[in-house]
Design a protein. Structure first.
Length: 666
C-alpha cells in the first residue's frame, strides 16, 4: 500500500480547509490557530475546480500555491483534493449533455455541486485534464502527504438517467450477459412478456406506469456504482503517473446506500469515511459505532481515516441539534477506538456564505472565545496522547452480515411489507450487541467467516447459493449462526430460491416457512416462554430438523415456532421469525438483547458483564477505551494500566466520569 500511514507519527487531526472563502490575512490567523489546536493535516481544494481552471484550459494556481506554502511553513500536512465533484459553471454551459438527469427525466440545474453524469465522456475528459494539471504541479510539494480524489462519490448523483447513461448501461449489459437470452433469463422477462429481442431495446429504470423488472433495477444499481468507480479509477491513474503518495476518496458509510463499499475498498490505498450524527435519534452514538465498525470491516480490519465529522450541528437535517457537552470528544474518540487513525472535521472555519453557512466548524462563527474552540484545542491534546494507538487492530468474535446488494433488493417496491427495511433489522441487532458490550465486525456473507464464533444475518433477503454454502460450512465446522426472518429468499437476480422459504437457508436452519404473516402497523405479537414482543413480522415456521426455543403466544401464528435452534455438525444455527426490540422488555432478557445474550453464551463469546448499557467499551491493540454516555459516573472493574488521557495509574478498576472517556493502556 503506497505510503500509508500518511503522517510520520501519531494520529491525524484537522479537517477540510476552504481558505478560498477568506481574505489572506485570515489564512495567517488560521495557521496560528491550527498550531494552537495541534492540527497536523488539512484537506485542501475539494471544491476548487472553478477557481484553478476559471476558463476551459486556463489554469490559475496562484492562490493554491500560496496556501500550500503557508501550510507547509506552519508544519501542517496537506491532503490535496481533486475538485471534480463540483464542475465549474463554464463546463455545464459548454457541455449540456453532461448534466445529471433524475428518474423523472428532469435535467438538474446548476448553482450547486455534483450535477454531472458519471458516464459523460465530456466530464471524463475535463476531469482528467484538471487532475493532470493539479497532479503535475503539486506531486512534489513538500506539504503534500496524500491525495483525496473527488468528494463522496454517488451521494447526490448516484443514478443518472440521461441518454448517455442509457447507452453506457446497454454496453455494460452486453459485457455482463454476452447475449440477450442470458439477460432475459436473469431478469425473468417472460413475466408480463417483457422479453427483449436485443440489448438496444433495454431502457434504464425510469418512472414506469406500474412495477418494474427487479433484475433491471438491480443491474442498473450495479452499473451506476461501476460508473462512479470508473470515474475514481480514472483520476487515481492520472495521479499515479506523478505521485506514489496514498490515494483515497471519502466514503459515506453507512449512509450512501447506492455505493457497494466492499467493492470500493479494494480500490483505495486507505479507506476514509465521513460520518455525521443523526441528531433525531435517541442514542446517535450507537449508529456512529456501527458506521465505524462497518468502515473498519470494509477496510479489511486495517486502520482507516475519519475524513469528516462535525464539532457541533450540521445544516442539512430538519432540526440541527448542537452537540452536548463532551459529545464531540466522545464521538471522535469512539471512531479512534474502532480503528480510525484520524479525527478530521468538516470544516476548519465556519463559512459566512453559501449553502453550508449554518454548519458547525472547528473555528465557529462565535470565534475562539467559545466552548467549541476550547473543546477543539483539548481534543488535539487528547489525540497527541493517543498517538500510540495508531496502526493497531480491533478484534471481534462476532460478525454481522452486510451486503449492499441485499440492501438494494430488499427495498425495491412490492415486498410483503413496507416495514421490511434493511437498516431497521441491521440496527436492531447492532444495538442489542452494542448494549451487550460486544464488539462486532461486518462481513459479506460470501467472505471468510473463520475469525468469528458467531455470524448474525439480520437482513439477508438476497443471498446467493455460494453465500449460503459458505454459511453452511461455517456452522458445520463449529461456528454459530443467527438468522432473522425474510433472509435467504432470493438469488442475485431477485429470483426466489426454489422450494419453500427460506430457500437458500432451509437446510442450515432446519426450518421451512409455509406462509408470511406480516403484521399491521403498530400490531405486536408475544412470545413464550420468553414474554418478548415482536413487531412487523410473523410467519408459519415448520421444523425440519430444528427445535422451537420460543413460540408465538398470540397473533396469526399462535402456537407455532418463533425462535428455533438447529444443531448441525459442530455448530448451531438459530432462526428468529419476528422483529424483537433491542431495548429492555417486560422482564430481564425478554427482548432481542436477552435472546442474543443466550446465543453469545452458547457460542462462547467473551464480554464484560454487569455494566450499564450506556457504557461503550472497545479494545484496540493494547488500548482499552471506556466511553461513558450516561449522566452518572460508572466504575469498571478488571482494568489495570496507565490512563493515556489523564496519566493516572489504574489498578484493577477505573471510574469513568459522567459523559467522560478513560483510555487505559495495558
Ligand atoms: C391486477 C392485474 C393482475 C395482477 C393483479 C395483482 O388484477 O390485472 O395482472 O397484477 O392485479 O393483484
Ligand atoms: C459532506 C461533504 C462536505 C460537507 C459536509 C456537511 O460530508 O463531504 O463537503 O458538505 O457533508 O455535513
Amino acid at each position: 500500500m503506497p505510503g500509508y500511514p500518511v503522517l510520520p507519527e501519531g494520529l491525524a487531526y484537522g479537517g477540510d480547509y476552504n481558505p478560498e472563502q477568506w481574505p489572506e490575512e485570515v489564512w495567517r490567523e488560521d495557521v496560528r490557530l491550527m498550531r494552537e489546536a495541534g492540527v497536523n493535516l488539512v484537506t485542501v481544494g475539494v471544491f476548487n475546480w472553478g477557481l484553478i481552471e476559471p476558463a476551459e484550459g486556463e489554469y490559475d494556481f496562484g492562490r493554491l500555491d500560496r496556501i500550500l506554502d503557508l501550510l507547509h511553513s506552519a508544519g501542517v500536512s496537506v491532503d490535496l483534493a481533486t475538485p471534480t465533484s463540483s464542475p465549474p459553471a463554464w463546463f455545464r454551459r459548454r457541455y449540456p449533455g453532461s448534466r445529471l438527469v433524475d428518474r423523472d427525466g428532469r435535467v438538474l440545474g446548476g448553482g450547486s455541486r455534483h450535477g454531472f453524469c458519471p458516464s459523460s465522456p465530456d466530464y471524463a475528459a475535463a476531469a482528467e485534464r484538471v487532475v493532470e494539471a493539479l497532479a503535475a504541479r503539486y506531486a512534489g510539494h513538500p506539504a503534500l502527504t496524500m491525495w483525496h480524489v473527488h468528494n463522496e462519490y454517488g451521494w447526490a448523483n448516484a443514478h443518472c438517467h440521461c441518454p448517455t447513461s442509457a447507452e453506457a448501461f446497454r454496453a455494460w449489459l452486453r459485457d455482463r450477459y454476452g447475449e440477450v437470452g442470458a439477460l432475459n433469463a436473469a431478469w425473468g422477462t417472460t413475466f408480463w412478456g417483457l422479453t427483449y429481442g436485443s440489448f438496444d431495446e433495454v431502457e434504464p429504470p425510469v418512472v414506469a406506469p406500474v412495477g418494474l423488472l427487479n433484475g433491471l433495477q438491480l443491474d442498473f444499481m450495479r452499473f451506476s456504482g461501476d460508473a462512479h468507480l470508473a470515474c475514481f479509477r480514472r483520476e487515481r491513474e492520472v495521479i499515479r503517473r506523478f505521485s506514489d503518495l496514498p490515494v483515497t476518496t471519502n466514503f459515506m458509510i453507512p449512509n450512501c446506500k447506492p455505493m457497494d463499499y466492499w467493492r470500493w475498498a479494494a480500490e483505495v490505498d486507505v479507506v476514509a469515511n465521513d460520518h455525521y450524527l443523526d441528531s433525531a435519534r435517541a442514542d446517535p452514538h450507537i449508529e456512529l459505532a456501527m458506521a465505524a465498525d462497518l468502515t473498519r470491516s470494509v477496510a479489511g480490519g486495517r486502520p482507516w481515516m475519519l475524513m469528516e465529522h462535525s464539532t457541533g450541528a450540521v445544516n442539512w437535517q430538519p432540526r440541527n441539534l448542537a452537540k452536548r457537552p463532551g459529545e464531540m470528544r466522545r464521538n471522535s474518540l469512539a471512531h479512534v477506538a474502532r480503528g480510525s487513525d484520524s479525527a478530521l472535521f468538516f470544516q476548519w472555519r465556519a463559512s459566512r456564505y453559501g449553502a453550508e453557512k449554518f454548519h458547525s466548524a472547528m473555528v465557529p462563527h462565535a470565534g475562539t472565545d467559545s466552548g467549541i474552540w476550547r473543546d477543539v484545542v483539548a481534543l488535539g491534546a487528547d489525540l497527541r496522547r493517543l498517538g500510540g494507538v495508531r496502526g493497531s487492530a480491533v478484534r471481534a468474535e462476532v460478525a454481522l452480515g452486510w451486503d449492499w446488494e441485499s440492501y438494494w433488493a430488499l427495498e425495491l417496491e412490492w415486498r410483503p411489507s413496507v416495514d421490511l427495511r434493511f437498516r431497521e433489522r441491521m440496527e436492531a441487532y447492532y444495538e442489542a450487541l452494542w448494549r451487550e458490550h460486544t464488539t462486532v465486525d461486518f462481513v459479506h456473507p460470501a467472505a471468510d467467516l473463520s475469525p468469528y464464533k458467531l455470524v448474525v444475518l439480520p437482513s439477508s433477503y438476497l443471498l446467493t447459493e455460494a453465500s449460503a454454502k459458505n454459511l453452511h460450512r461455517h456452522v458445520e465446522g463449529g461456528g454459530h449462526l443467527l438468522v432473522s426472518y425474510f433472509s435467504g429468499i432470493v438469488d442475485e437476480n431477485d429470483i426466489i430460491h426454489a422450494g419453500p422459504y427460506p430457500g437458500a437457508l432451509r437446510e442450515v436452519l432446519g426450518v421451512s416457512v409455509e406462509e408470511f404473516h406480516p403484521l399491521r402497523a403498530d400490531e405486536t405479537v408475544t412470545l413464550r416462554p420468553s414474554a418478548a414482543t415482536g413487531r412487523i413480522w410473523s410467519e408459519r415456521v415448520r421444523l425440519t430438523g430444528a427445535r422451537a426455543v420460543h413460540r408465538f403466544a398470540d397473533g396469526p401464528d399462535a402456537g407455532h415456532p418463533a425462535v428455533t435452534r438447529h444443531d448441525l455438525g459442530a455448530g448451531t444455527a438459530w432462526y428468529v421469525a419476528t422483529a424483537l426490540d433491542p431495548r429492555p422488555g417486560p422482564e430481564p432478557g425478554d427482548d432481542l438483547r436477552g435472546l442474543l445474550a443466550a446465543v453469545l453464551d452458547h457460542a462462547g463469546v467473551a464480554r464484560p458483564r454487569g455494566l450499564p448499557d450506556t457504557l461503550e467499551i472497545v479494545r484496540r491493540g493494547d488500548h482499552h477505551f471506556l466511553i461513558n454516555h450516561a449522566d452518572e459516573p460508572v466504575t469498571v472493574d478488571g482494568v489495570t494500566g496507565t490512563g493515556v488521557l489523564d496519566g493516572a495509574e489504574y489498578a484493577g478498576s477505573a471510574t469513568v466520569p459522567a459523559g467522560g472517556v478513560v483510555v487505559i493502556r495495558t
